[in-house]
Design a protein around this ligand. Structure first.
Ligand SMILES: Nc1nc2c(ncn2[C@@H]2O[C@H](COP(=O)(O)OP(=O)(O)OP(=O)(O)O)[C@@H](O)[C@H]2O)c(=O)[nH]1
Length: 361
């Protein structure tokens, strides 16, 4: 998972290391020159009045160009065995990092936010000559990524535990991204945590949708509420809620039709579900492998029927990680789960810190 991105982040670390090593060598060389100059200055010689005037003016111009605050800061740091990372040392590595993030399908604004974070975490950072630049870069990258990825995170299990039962969760998103499979996985996930669930097929549009979800329901031993094709999706999910209330079921998992998000019909349906059922949670499902398309759709679905979070499927087949990195920052809503395979147990809680540790450590 996200191996391509991991490699690219690794390259950034070695880029900065190289750049910092070159800088260290420069500072070393400058220090030697300074020492030599000091020795020459110390040699006794009676200057003429003209020489004094000339050397005074040289001194002044040296002060202007060389003793700028950053130069002084670096010289001071060097004297204490430290080196300061400067913006110019990072310019090229940061440019490479930006390209790497964009190639990994990270959304442009998100890539910029990551760069800004990394830059402000690293510039002016003093590193002991003994400490590795790689560790500094690792820390800076880790903080920058976590800040971007963990936007809006909340404790999903706590939310389920605290909500009045039955809890209604509606799943939105386009066709074929793994929405129905995700609902089945969620039924299993909840069961493992002690919650019973009923499935409600609000996808009354697509022929074969009932059969598809019924197979999952039977395999999992769950009740399915379904109407005829062409029926009212809000009515199906409403029936699901009534069934849950009557049978003491904890969670209603409602599927919806996944026609194109541009269809005003679909949006009207989602609005009606919102009005009639008032779901506790609306989760947007898309494929991690869809990269920026998934990010764009998340935004569009959120605009049409506000989502509370996202599930990214097929993360097991995604080496780029662009959607996983970008969705939360762009929509302000957290990625809550990753689909990591085709079996019912392949649903993992999205854990920003663990994911980032996996990427940069
Ligand atoms: N590798 C992998 N495959 C997945 C994952 N989630 C779903 N799939 C597969 O993706 C395909 C589509 O999944 P569905 O659940 O049928 O997709 P859907 O969004 O419900 O599609 P519609 O029912 O047409 O809306 C199936 O073959 C699933 O097994 C995942 O996390 N990893």
């Amino acid at each position: 998972m996200f191996d391509g991105l991991k490699d690219k982040l690794d390259s950034f670390r070695s880029d900065v290391e190289e750049s910092a090593d070159a800088e260290e060598a420069d500072v070393d060389a400058e220090a030697e020159v300074d020492e030599t100059e000091a020795e020459i200055d110390a040699e006794p010689a009676e200057p003429t009045t003209e020489d004094e005037a000339a050397s005074d003016s040289e001194q002044t111009s040296d002060d202007d160009s060389e003793d700028s605050p950053s130069r002084l800061q670096r010289a001071k740091a060097f004297a204490t065995g430290k080196v300061v990372l400067e913006e110019e040392d990072l310019e090229e590595p940061l440019w490479n990092l930006e390209m790497a993030l964009l190639e990994s399908d990270v959304e442009m604004g998100v890539a910029e936010a990551i760069l800004d974070n990394v830059r402000s975490n690293l510039v002016g950072e003093t590193k002991s000559q003994m400490a590795s630049t790689g560790n500094l870069v690792q820390d800076a990258l880790r903080d920058a990524l976590v800040e971007v990825i963990s936007v809006g995170q909340f404790d999903f299990e706590e939310r389920i535990a605290e909500a009045d039962k039955p809890v209604t969760i509606v799943f939105t998103g386009v066709n074929g991204v793994g929405k129905t499979t995700t609902i089945a996985k969620m039924a299993r996930y909840l069961e493992e945590r002690g919650y019973s669930s009923v499935l409600a097929n609000g996808d009354t549009y697509r022929a074969g949708a009932n059969e598809q979800i019924r197979e999952h329901a039977e395999a999992l031993g769950k009740r399915l509420i379904a109407h005829e094709q062409g029926g009212d999706p809000a009515a199906v999910i409403y029936d699901g809620v009534e069934y849950a209330e009557a049978n003491d079921i904890d969670v209603v998992l409602g599927d919806t039709a996944g026609r194109l998000h541009t269809s005003s019909d679909l949006m009207a349906q989602l609005e009606k579900i919102d009005r009639v059922v008032d779901p506790d949670l609306t989760l947007f499902v898309d494929e991690a492998v869809a990269g920026q398309d998934a990010v764009e759709r998340a935004q569009q679905f959120d605009d049409a029927a506000e989502i509370d979070g996202a599930v990214l499927t097929k993360a097991d087949a995604d080496s780029q990680g662009g959607a996983a990195i970008s969705v939360a920052h762009v929509t302000g809503k957290p990625v809550l789960f990753l689909g990591t395979g085709q079996t019912y147990s392949d649903l993992e809680r999205f854990d920003p810190e663990a994911l980032v540790a996996d990427l940069v450590d």
